[in-house]
Ligand binder design. Structure first.
Ligand code: CP3
Length: 318
């Protein structure tokens, strides 16, 4: 069995597996070259291109998992909205309580076709993913302040909106599972703006629905999850605002993380040092996956990523 799946079952006795959030992206010259010829939407919705981008970091770094090249906002298309990328994702029209929602998961078929293509020739696990419904809602509304005003001012219609996103996302995850992904990660990146009570209703409750809609292992990522660690019912991807040791004291779930992506701008010997620090901290932990605490940043030196991955893979066990 692969290291990633062993770790996800808390049965890894060897070195921890390593992959990076946003491991395919603009810091890679081969990505920038392809990106100069196609729009982001074309890359996400053309199976051959999305599969090619997914594979870019694999041969270069020898990471232990591939993550589907797509975006959390693509589900908006299955809800009847159109999606463009400018600075970031732009969804039209902006969602509000009066706009009716569609339900057409089959519009995500090109993404599913990407998974099928990848499964034909990958020899490491493939991660699927989706957005947490709250974070997707915030991109559909287009503005976080407006999203929170809607949520707090008209909880009934917001709850209905979130339920629709959750329902289509559950089907989307099931389609990914059926096409062959080995595990899924739920990115509720902006759930940190919610109060404790709001988190239960608008992030945790949908998360429970999402993870119970599939049989494969699930991981969860949000910014600043410290206050919520005990509550997360699946593997947890941590950012650097909490130490792995403290998190391990609070949960028996699989942990993933958590180097600050800015560390990849340090000199290589310091990257090695920081990486060894987290390896030491989690030594002999059978449910640990090495990753960053958020996505690789634009401008990250490629040799820094190489050094990070190599340190995890080749460091002799002391
Ligand atoms: O991790 C991976 O390599 C898989 C691919 C992936 C993308 N987006 C590709 C992408 C994943 C897992 C995502 C998730 C995603 N998308 C999240 C959750 C994780 C996080 O970063 O918090 C969010 C919030 C989004 C929404 C989104 N998509 C934003 C805000 C932006 C613009 C900012 C940015 O980082 O560029 C995007 C565009 C996007 N999605 C790019 C990529 C590689 C940029 C590519 C480009 O401009 O060429």
């Amino acid at each position: 069995m692969s290291l990633l799946l062993k770790a996800l079952q808390k049965q890894n006795t060897g070195r921890p597996p390593v992959w990076l959030m946003r491991q395919a992206g603009r810091y890679l010259p081969e990505y920038r070259e392809l990106r100069s010829k196609y729009s982001l939407r074309d890359l996400f919705f053309t199976p051959e291109l999305a599969a090619e981008v997914t594979k870019m970091p694999l041969s270069r770094f020898g990471v232990d998992a591939a993550i589907l090249f797509s975006d959390i906002t693509v589900v908006a298309v299955a809800l009847g909205f159109s999606l463009e990328f400018q600075e970031g994702p732009k969804i039209f029209p902006a969602a509000n309580p009066l706009i009716p929602l569609g339900f057409s998961p089959e519009k995500l078929e090109p993404v599913i076709q990407t998974i099928r293509l990848l499964k034909k020739d990958l020899n490491i696990p493939l991660l699927g993913f989706c957005g947490g419904p709250f974070t997707v809602a915030s991109y559909m509304v287009g503005d976080m302040d407006k999203t929170l005003s809607w949520m707090r001012g008209d909880p009934k219609s917001f709850g209905h909106f979130l339920d629709q996103i959750t329902r289509v996302t559950c089907v989307y995850l099931q389609m990914q599972e059926e096409a062959g992904v080995d595990a899924v990660q739920v990115f509720d990146s902006w759930a940190n703006v919610l109060s404790k009570e709001e988190f239960e209703t608008y992030s945790l409750a949908p998360l429970k629905q999402l993870i119970s809609s599939v049989k494969i292992p699930s991981l969860f990522f949000m910014r600043e999850s410290k206050a919520f660690i005990e509550k997360i019912p699946c593997a947890l991807s941590l950012d650097w605002t909490v130490s792995l040791k403290e998190a391990r004291g609070k949960t028996a779930q699989v942990l993933q993380g958590n180097l600050n992506p800015d560390f990849l701008f340090l000199p290589l010997d310091q990257i090695r040092e920081k990486t060894i620090e987290i390896l030491e901290l989690m030594r002999n932990d059978p449910g640990f996956i090495v990753n960053l605490g958020h996505g690789v940043k634009v401008g990250t030196p490629v040799d820094a990523v190489e050094c990070f991955v190599d340190t995890v893979k080749n460091r002799p066990l002391a």
